[in-house]
Write a protein that binds this ligand. Structure first.
Ligand code: ZN
Length: 721
């Protein structure tokens, strides 16, 4: 490895259409092309567009770009000024860089939150000074931190912290028990909200009136429960009353209230109808949002994420992220797709662009980017049959063959995508059916016609069914196909899809075919809409094996579409960074980029593919700072007998569905207290314990999370199992 100092400075820039454009040596682009990095090159273009708007990144971005591409050429790395000293160096690692000419190195150096040098141990030693912290990786694998390109993280965190949760496999008796417990704990007048019932729950469990069934356990409280797709709700009489939904209430465009024989809504509300009920659920407090953002961050770092895209962000959630960033408490890149759900009244509604601009301008910060917007084109291809398909679904119970409706009329969608593109938004379109995909691509094509220089990579989310003639259009239009690989066959969701779509449902997510066309791909968890966790590792395994990462069955989903581990990791790292419009800043271990990386307990390339899902993140670094450290010290095995009922104990504490422990962490994460919470604990004994913890001097503020992540040290052992 040769170290070049300041070589990036010789790369010229010329004005292009009034804007500065980086001129690259031709061989640089050749190398990138030879490595099938068309999407990468396209993303660099997109990066230029991004940088034009983000002045702060402008100069640095060009610097990084040059460094990255020189590194591609194998010319070595451009370092900071000669003689620079690292804050930290990492040696003796198996470092997977996402740099195609030196995919693996042994060591790297970090200064001021950025990679100072990347290469062999001998080269890196030159950057060690007396103050440098030298970390021996002992052969462990390091790779760029991951990005979740589609997640409803604040919703998920809110759910874990405050909601009534049961698994989608729950039987009616289990649902009844969960709801009854939550209803008892909820103050009078408060909502019981949560989920997630399986899409085919009412098919498997004939319940004559879903509304009255819930009334029987509600204790007078309004109840709203989402299904496992997040699109549809199950509500009781009190919830419908509060939402003003009665026999006279017409179905909204793009949605439907299921009704009994007398025409009275019977508790199931699909798509836009579900939102009518959701809209009256009392809003969470600012404090709850604040706590949820901290919880999101803890979860994200534990799984190795350094960035995420909120796929449908409500304003209070965006505000909470921005506030956390301004307080210096955010260590995560956040792209917030501004929600348009409430504005989209009928398929002909034109969205209020200025109102969306107002949200964008009001809420932005260094780490929170609001140049993103979400539009829902259709629903879901499950029992509800609401995804817009080119071919009809299998006949429903009444023998009808529907194809699903578009939520936005095609001419309206074209206008909207053209306008958002012009205003600099990356548009994420929910498009679950192949007809919705086609309309989404048509709208992107309209944006390209209107603005031929446009480089924003608009996304089609859940791009599962793509009609063969549309496969090539993704690459042609520089559009991104985004998918959720954790939902792999056999899962209740895929089973529910096959039940209504039929055999062709098995031809779902043509990833390999898309890669062959050089289409941009992105992956996200869609947590908590469809999966119980944001954990990406099962998804990465599933992309490689096309089978259930939880190994419940040997079945596979269209195994011909499996992709290689290299591609899967690139999608989750560089692909994710491009999805955040931060590919010039992060996503690979290249000199000049932000030092956002993770250390794993296993080398992904040295274990069987079906074990990738079990890999654990040992450390997560964001901008050169360690933001997560896995530790087994002080860990206790959960006692299944000691099921928590924490809301009953104290309103400030809520139960975890997955853990019998609470973790009490000081904000600086220097100390963590973890103990079991058996039912018999009384409110005042918990309060006393918290008070004792506070006054012990470790923490000025205590974060309470039901996270299962390991404790660092046990300060108080009473109650531990
Ligand atoms: Zn989603």
């Amino acid at each position: 490895m040769r170290i070049f100092g300041g070589i990036f400075a010789v790369l010229p820039t010329v004005p292009a259409g009034g804007q500065e454009r980086l001129v690259l040596p031709p061989q640089v682009e050749d190398v990138a092309r030879a490595h099938h990095w068309k999407a990468f090159l396209a993303s660099l273009e997109d990066g230029r567009a991004t940088r034009r708007r983000r002045s702060k990144v402008d100069r640095g971005g060009r610097h990084l770009l040059a460094c990255a591409l020189l590194s591609c050429l194998g010319l070595g790395v451009a370092a900071a000024a000669p003689g620079a000293i690292a804050d930290r160096v990492f040696i003796h690692g198996a470092v997977y860089t996402q740099d195609p000419t030196q995919p693996w190195v042994e060591s790297f150096a970090v200064a001021d939150g950025k990679y100072l040098a990347v290469g062999s141990g001998a080269a890196i030693r030159a950057f060690i000074g007396p103050e440098t912290n030298v970390v021996d990786l002992k052969g462990r694998m390091v790779m760029p931190g991951l990005v979740d390109d589609h997640v409803h993280a604040v919703d998920g965190a809110m759910g874990e912290l405050y909601d009534c949760i049961f698994p989608s496999t729950a039987t009616p008796a289990q649902v009844r028990r969960a709801i009854a417990g939550c209803a008892k704990r909820t103050p009078k007048g408060g909502w019981v909200s949560g989920g997630f019932w399986a899409s085919d729950f009412f098919k498997r469990n004939p319940i004559r009136s879903p509304r009255r069934w819930l009334d029987g356990v509600a204790e007078g409280r309004p109840i709203i429960l989402r299904d496992d797709t997040g699109h549809n709700v199950w509500a009781n009489s009190e919830a419908l009353r509060l939402a003003g939904v009665d026999a006279k209430k017409a179905d909204p465009g793009g949605g439907r209230f299921e009704r009994d024989s007398s025409g009275r809504p019977d508790g199931i509300a699909l798509e836009a109808a579900a939102e009518k009920i959701q809209a009256v659920v009392s809003e969470r407090s600012e404090a709850e949002y604040r706590r949820s953002v901290q919880h999101v961050q803890e979860i994200a770092h534990r799984f190795g994420f350094i960035g995420l895209k909120e796929a449908d962000a409500a304003t209070p959630a965006i505000a909470a992220y921005v506030a956390a960033d301004k307080r210096g408490q955010l260590s995560l890149y956040v792209a917030a797709c501004i929600s348009t759900l409430a504005m989209q009244v009928t398929p002909d509604t034109i969205l209020d662009y200025d109102k969306i601009d107002n949200v964008r301008e009001a809420y932005r910060s260094n780490l929170v980017d609001t140049n993103f917007v979400k539009i829902y084109l259709d629903g879901v291809p499950t029992e509800a049959r609401t995804a817009a398909m080119l071919e009809p679904y299998l006949p429903d119970a009444q023998g009808r063959r529907v194809s699903g409706d578009l939520h936005v009329n095609p001419d309206v969608l074209e206008k909207e995508v053209v306008e958002f593109d012009k205003r600099g938004y990356t548009v994420k379109m929910h498009a679950a059916g192949d007809r919705a995909i086609r309309e989404g691509l048509d709208a992107i094509a309209a944006a390209r016609r209107a603005n031929p220089d446009g480089q924003l990579r608009h996304e089609l989310a859940h791009a599962g069914y793509i009609a063969p003639p549309d496969l090539n259009r993704f690459a042609q239009l520089n559009a991104v196909a985004e998918f959720s690989p954790v939902i792999w066959y056999p899962s209740p969701i895929i089973d529910a899809v096959i039940a209504v779509v039929g055999e062709r449902a098995k031809h779902y997510w043509p990833m390999r075919s898309l890669l062959a066309t050089h289409a941009g791909l992105a992956a996200g968890s869609d947590w908590p809409s469809v999966v119980p966790s944001m954990d990406p590792w099962g998804g990465i395994e599933a992309m490689v094996t096309r089978s259930d990462p939880y190994h419940h069955s040997p079945k596979t989903l269209w195994p011909e579409e499996a992709i290689g581990l290299e591609d899967a990791l690139r999608i989750y790292t560089l692909g994710g960074a491009a999805g955040l419009r931060r590919e010039a800043e992060t996503g690979s271990i290249i000199v000049g980029k932000s030092a956002d990386f993770i250390v794993l307990n296993r080398n992904l390339f040295k274990i069987p593919a079906n074990q990738i899902g079990n890999v654990k993140v040992e450390m997560t670094f964001f901008q050169g700072r360690k933001v997560y450290q896995h530790s087994t010290t002080g860990e206790h095995r959960p006692n299944p007998q000691a099921a928590p009922s924490l809301s009953a104990i104290s309103p400030g504490l809520t139960p975890s569905t997955s853990s019998t422990f609470l973790r009490l962490a000081a904000p600086d994460a220097t100390r963590t207290l973890r103990f079991a919470m058996p039912r018999r604990f009384a409110t005042n004994s918990i309060s006393a314990r918290l008070a004792a913890f506070s006054t012990a001097g470790a923490a000025t503020r205590i974060l309470i999370s039901p996270s299962c992540s390991p404790a660092i040290s046990v300060l108080e052992a009473r109650g531990c199992t």
